[in-house]
Design a protein around this ligand. Structure first.
Ligand code: SAH
Length: 399
């Protein structure tokens, strides 16, 4: 095994259990290692720090598999890590009975570059780092053993793979539909049925991280008129209807997403379909048109796509967040609620709060934060690894 030696002082973040070794921290590699190989990591004073996956093309030059210098990285290692992550989910009461659960959340489950979601009997695996890619077979085997699932689709098509020198890898690895069939996957989320398209949908097919926040919307919707912006396949919209909303207007610029949203509504005959309206439009201009038309809403949800994938985009993204939040505040009825999210890695929670506060002031509304909203608990945030946190939300109320 090759040895990775760090520059003096660069062991500090590892001792705090942060799993990334950046290119600038590496003093030298002793021996040969190919991309994805396991290397032994040492501080400059030769103190052993653990074992990592070597990624020569990435600025994140290595990712720690283990902080135990004696732990062998083999099939049994992945079996242990995967089983422990699945057991953690099984121990969370709020996940009991859910069809859609994230089982592996990368670094925060000790598995850098590995995401796995379970939708009923189907697993979706996403590998985003070269070390994870190397151990595909072991990870697939460990997931099947830990869950007993009969289908596994690999959805390793995230852009970040390019930074690791990896091509997209997609396809059924276990089970899957027969020739010419499309998988008709439907999950039940807190009593609402939803189609999940693991092949063509966003992420691994669905936004599982918003599960608890959709549930929150349900609790807030009774008798309220709701505007759901960037509705995608209607997750928030359907929970709002389930919660007794008087009207739910949902906006998205994607025709296919809205078609799935309408199909999702049709899957739920218990909901009052006549109260739902789907509108294909650009949210930025539609919010202005709604204002011009004198519309008002009691609850507005803003869950836009990632405007700032990295800090380099932060300024332009902040302007976009400011704009939709400003228009949102303007459309709120007295006492109305704004539920506003950012999933941008490049926008800190502090900056997001400032942008939303500025938007309220510019809209001339007196508002307060009544709740901070985060991703569901199957998307845990590592305390030593806050990079795992991308979803941040604020629930604001105006006078
Ligand atoms: N809230 C959703 C996820 C939102 S994903 C859920 O909980 O499932 C972001 C959505 O924004 C996508 O469906 C995309 O089509 C849509 N979108 C992106 N830019 C847009 C724009 N300018 N106007 C309207 N919709 C937009």
């Amino acid at each position: 095994m090759a040895k990775l030696i760090l520059h003096p002082g660069k062991e500090r973040s590892l001792l705090r259990r942060h799993p990334w070794i950046f290119a600038g921290a590496v003093e030298r590699l002793v021996g040969r290692a190919r991309a994805g190989d396991t290397v032994e990591v040492f501080a400059a004073d030769e103190r052993p720090l653990g074992r990592a996956a070597w990624s020569p093309q990435s600025q994140i030059r290595a990712r720690m598999w283990s902080f135990d210098a004696n732990e062998t990285i083999d099939d049994a290692f992945f079996k242990r890590r995967v089983a422990a992550a699945v057991a953690r989910r099984n121990g969370l009461p709020e996940l009991q009975g859910q069809d859609g659960v994230r089982l592996l959340h990368g670094e925060t489950d000790g598995l850098p570059g590995v995401v796995a979601d379970r939708y009923g009997d189907t697993l979706v695996l996403q590998l985003t780092a070269v070390g994870a890619d190397r151990w595909r077979r072991a990870i697939v085997g460990a997931l099947l053993a830990a869950t007993g699932c009969s289908h596994l689709y690999e959805r390793s098509d995230a852009d970040v793979r390019r930074l690791e020198g990896l091509q997209p890898e997609v396809g059924w690895r276990v089970g899957g539909p027969g020739e010419g069939e499309t998988p008709a996957l439907v999950i039940n989320e807190n009593g609402v049925r939803m189609h999940v398209d693991v092949v063509g949908g966003h992420k691994t097919g669905f936004y599982l991280d918003q599960r608890d926040n959709r549930w929150r919307v349900r609790a807030l919707s009774d008798g309220r008129s709701v505007l759901n912006c960037f509705c995608y396949t209607g997750g928030f919209s359907l929970q709002a209807l389930a919660g007794g909303a008087s009207r739910v207007l949902s906006i998205d610029s994607s025709g296919p997403a809205l078609a799935t949203a309408a199909a999702n509504l049709a899957l739920n005959p218990q909901l009052e379909a006549a109260r739902a309206e789907w509108r294909e439009a650009d949210v930025f201009s539609e919010l202005r048109q709604l204002k011009a038309a004198g519309e008002r809403f009691d609850l507005i949800i803003l869950d836009p796509p990632k405007f700032a994938p990295s800090a380099a985009h932060a300024e332009r993204a902040a302007r976009a967040y400011k704009d939709i939040n400003l228009q949102g505040f303007r459309l709120l009825a007295p006492g109305g609620l704004l539920m506003s999210y950012s999933c941008s890695g490049g926008i800190s929670a502090e900056l997001f709060r400032k942008v939303v506060a500025d938007a309220a002031i510019d809209a001339g509304r007196s508002a307060r934060i009544v709740e901070h909203l985060a991703a569901a608990p199957d998307h845990p945030v590592g305390l030593a690894f806050p990079e795992g946190e991308y979803l941040k939300g604020l629930l604001c109320q105006v006078d």
